[in-house]
Design a protein around this ligand. Sequence first.
Ligand SMILES: Cc1cc2nc3c(=O)[nH]c(=O)nc-3n(C[C@H](O)[C@H](O)[C@H](O)COP(=O)(O)O)c2cc1C
Length: 357
Amino acid sequence: MKISPLQIGNLEIKVPIIQGGMGIGVSLSRLAAAVAEEGGMGVISGAQIGFREQDFQTNSKEANIRALKKEIKKAKELSPNGVIGLNLMVAMNNYEEMVAAAVESGIDAIISGAGLPTILPKLVKGSNTKIAPIVSSGKAAKLMCKVWDEKHSYIPDFIVVEGPKAGGHLGFHSEELLEGKESSLEDIVKDVIEVVKQYEEKYKVKIPVIAAGGIYTGKDIGKFLKLGASGVQMGTRFICTEECDADIKYKEAFINCSKEDIQIIKSPVGLPGRAIKNQFIERITKEKDKVDRCFGCLRKCNPNNTIYCISKALINAVEGNIENGLLFTGSNGYKMNKIITVKELIEQLVGEVINYE
Ligand SMILES: Cc1cc2nc3c(=O)[nH]c(=O)nc-3n(C[C@H](O)[C@H](O)[C@H](O)COP(=O)(O)O)c2cc1C
């Protein structure tokens, strides 16, 4: 099939693939710029992005804001003509300050999930930054469009629809996921395309709908484009690339894992997540982990009764301390068997889409 660019207002993304933001530290400037250079949208994860700053332990807010600005600058230097986005979770503390820092640094787009980003239009007002909520149902898409329209006279520049096979936190109940009773990504994408029609007519613009979760091959991409999606967001597939910002041991954990190693877990964010089973997961499913210091990352987490510190677990993982780390993955995380470059991956995917009927 013919590949059309993904058009988001004045932004043209030649290859309609958005590399999903992956925190903590899995998608930073290196990965995002490499994807942007190949014509996709590269997305930096803003989650605890300052973890390598010297003052992160003592002043994580300042460290995060400083690191965010640095990473956006670096990505733009590495890919001056590419499109760079930022993923920010609504559930995180200092959300407003992080949005402001990103807008000031000239970020092209902000994608926000793990909660509904109801105030985002107000935060980016007057800038060129495009904004997108992440939703997991037609109902959530409807609510986002309604709230943004009524409160801000604005509608999403694009919408990311994340289905049950995605990596990271999932917008479904654990029971639905464990029993396989959740709606399929195909059905949710169709629902969201229906929901946005009314707003596309009202505002006389197209709202591109982006499918995410379990998309692994060009054939998968082709299937969603045929269904009416304007593009896809892929996370897991970019982990085993040379440019992915995580430690080599992190990437090797994916290469070495099998389908049976992937399981649904509880997260302090209050949503279920999908992760690779390891010593850390075995430990926290048996007993509560001791939290010796709080990074103040989540609005709703209480360090006294959380099952584990998610910041510490994700930082351990990305730095290669796998036994004590949390490795989020999409349902296809076991399929990768070698590390390739982003260029090779995108060329392969584009070739497969072109051959898709
Ligand atoms: C390791 C990992 C970390 C992730 N971190 C985040 C995050 O911080 N915020 C977010 O909104 N999504 C996060 N995601 C979700 C991705 O952005 C993407 O939507 C999802 O992985 C798509 O599904 P796929 O992995 O099957 O391609 C993460 C996914 C993975 C695999």
